[in-house]
Design a protein around this ligand. Sequence first.
Ligand SMILES: [Zn+2]
Length: 135
Amino acid sequence: MAEEARRIAVREVHNFGGFFGGDTVTLTAVQVGAPDEEFTLTIDQQALANVRDRHTICAGMLLDLTLAGDRVDRAELLAAASHAELRAALGPAALDPRLEAAQILSFSCAACGLWVAGAPRDGRCPVCGAALGSA
Ligand SMILES: [Zn+2]
C-alpha cells in the first residue's frame, strides 16, 4: 500500500483507548493548509515516534503523519501551543554530554505561534519557514 505523508494540527483530543482497543489516542484534526476540513483520527501508541506517552497529546499540537491507507504508520510531534506541553510530550531532553555551547532544544516561533521541537534550520522555522531573530 502506498504511503502518504500528511501534516496535521490537533483540534481536540476525544479519548485515550486502552484495554481491548489497544493503546490509542483518538482526536479531531485538520490538515495544515486545509483548516475547514476536520477529520477524526486514531493513533496507536507504537506509531508515536517521539512521544513517550499518548496522554500528553493535546489540542494545538502539530504532527507529521505517515499514513498507510487509513492507518497511521508513524506520527512525529513537531510543535505545540506551549513550551510545557511540548516538553511534557517529548520527555527529558537528550543532551550531548560533550556539549560546550548552548543547545537549542525547542524555540518559540512568533510567525506560527507555536513552540517548535528542535532548532531552527538555517535561521528559519522548520514548520512555517519564517525567518527567525532578524526582526
Ligand atoms: Zn513557525
